[in-house]
Design a protein. Structure first.
Lengths: 202, 202, 202
């Protein structure tokens, strides 16, 4: 489906830009910047592919992902201030990216016979572990472990997708609806500073 | 063997609880807590499976491990103080877990034709890398690199297991004896503050 | 080719020594030291093998790599001051190692049908990610993300190798020439403090 490829590319690019921004803030050199762009963009899908046993990992099958990620470097160089200003827009691209990565991850996992529970998990892993690896390589506690609710947005969208799929809901509708669930929850969470703390009863 | 499955589950649960405790101490949110419980419990076995080429990784073949790990979250929520008080008991479960994970790792590696040296190494990796990944994701130097001797407990138990296996010792006896070697060394090491420093002669 | 095996062993040993030195500086215990030696020496090749789908990963096929790495521990113990003094020499060994790892990585990737772009990337990954994983496990921002130019030395050597290969240049000549490109760039970069900062235009 061409629409998926397009959104995949947009999501990859948005993630790569977020990696470049993180690298600039940490004063990485050009190589470090490229690596951070790369792991942020493909880290989640790579971990998913390794875990479910797809090899070589998906993005290595063609050069498109690499070229998109490398193009993020000169674009960030020339248009850095504009990109920072566009962050709100990119947040939307980025959220669209994770929403789609969640559902692609679920479909891939189901297609090789994994259980729905594992499939939803792999969907979330696809969507969020790029950011986790970015933060680990930057020597920081992963952001999403502390205050980002977007893992739960992915989880909710993934469960909706899986539920509708089981019920036989029309596929295109299911895809669009589940993606909207992810986007809505994430944007609401950011706007209203939602977070789910875990403080055991003592 | 049902006994192995039961100990596997207990070990997984004990590791998951140790991940939850680490997450609470670092003020992670609910998602971070879940991830830390997960990687602590299955990280070592996952790395082993990736290295030796088993895919999808073992714990994804069924939902049992995931459900056990997820159950650690509400249990920790309601019984946190009791769990902290029970730490000694958990240390025993945990030690039982790593002992068994060591031997399972050795058996898996031998079964796909790897050398005994590599097999023992994979046994130790299975047992200790969950904790290593937990510490890396928490942005800390892995505990066992500094003062925990339990990697050597696993190594010793693994070597005993392999030696007895080569000598044709009765399998059930070998399993129990090797597990006891791991437990004894670890508990003694904790009690007597054993550690093996590496300070080159200068 | 026996020459490759010999340089592979020298490179592995040099990387292992660099891991031991890093562990001593961070006061790791014996186990931590062994792990750091191991990941520094085989981490890059392991990541490459996982990504391109070779399993079990290459160094597990025999015991040579493990024994070489383990031998680095007693050697470092007895000859630590000499090793520090030999660092300049080791820098040469080490650079020879990364140069060869780059080309081995490229060849392996091409041999399983990956594109030249991906192959060069896997060559660089083979050469530099051992050091990245060493730094992550030591809870530090990877050195090469900030000031080491050797990733670009590998990249340059890899591109030269690939170009000459495409042109049908005599293989042995190509190997030696590409390795010299890597070594020359790296040594010049260290001597003249070259680095490629990435500071976006604002």
């Amino acid at each position: 489906m061409d629409a998926i490829l397009i959104i995949d590319i947009i999501g990859t690019f948005a993630f790569a830009i977020s990696g470049v921004v993180a690298a600039v803030e940490r004063k990485f050199d050009l190589f470090g910047t490229l690596i951070l762009a790369l792991v942020t963009a493909v880290g989640g899908g790579t971990l998913r592919d390794l875990l479910i046993g797809i090899s070589p990992v998906s993005w290595m099958g063609d050069d498109v992902h690499i070229l998109v990620i490398m193009s993020a470097i000169p674009i960030a160089y020339f248009f850095y201030t504009i990109l920072l200003r566009l962050r709100k827009t990119f947040l939307l691209f980025d959220t669209l990216g994770i929403a789609l990565f969640t559902i692609l991850g679920i479909e891939k996992s189901l297609s090789i016979g994994l259980s729905p529970v594992i499939a939803v998990m792999m969907g979330v892993v696809s969507a969020v572990f790029g950011g986790v690896i970015r933060d680990v390589l930057s020597n920081q506690v992963p952001l999403i472990f502390r205050k980002e609710i977007y893992a739960f947005a992915c989880l909710a969208g993934g469960l909706v997708y899986l539920g509708f799929k089981t019920l036989g809901v029309w596929e295109e509708f299911n895809l669009i609806f589940s993606v909207l669930v992810v986007i809505t929850i994430r944007l609401l969470a950011i706007k209203r500073h939602w977070s789910i703390h875990f403080v055991p009863r003592t």
